[in-house]
Design a protein around this ligand. Sequence first.
Ligand code: SF4
Ligand code: SF4
Length: 64
Amino acid sequence: MIIVDRKNCDRCGCCVSVCEADCISVYESRIEIDHEKCVSCRKCVWICPLNALEFRNENGSLNN
Ligand code: SF4
Ligand code: SF4
């Protein structure tokens, strides 16, 4: 699943624009991922200019 590093995220919205599942929401102080809708494409991870997103497997290992 996608993990957000909130202290790095500046809520620029780049990840929202590439998310094909439309499952990222930007709020005033944070972003939220709807993990039920996420299709694990990782496009958000690759486009984030601040490295604020990671994709982790169910066992917790990094899989970007
Ligand atoms: S692209 Fe990165 S910095 Fe921008 S809103 Fe998404 S997670 Fe935050
Ligand atoms: S991995 Fe893909 S579907 Fe999931 S939140 Fe990121 S861009 Fe959206």
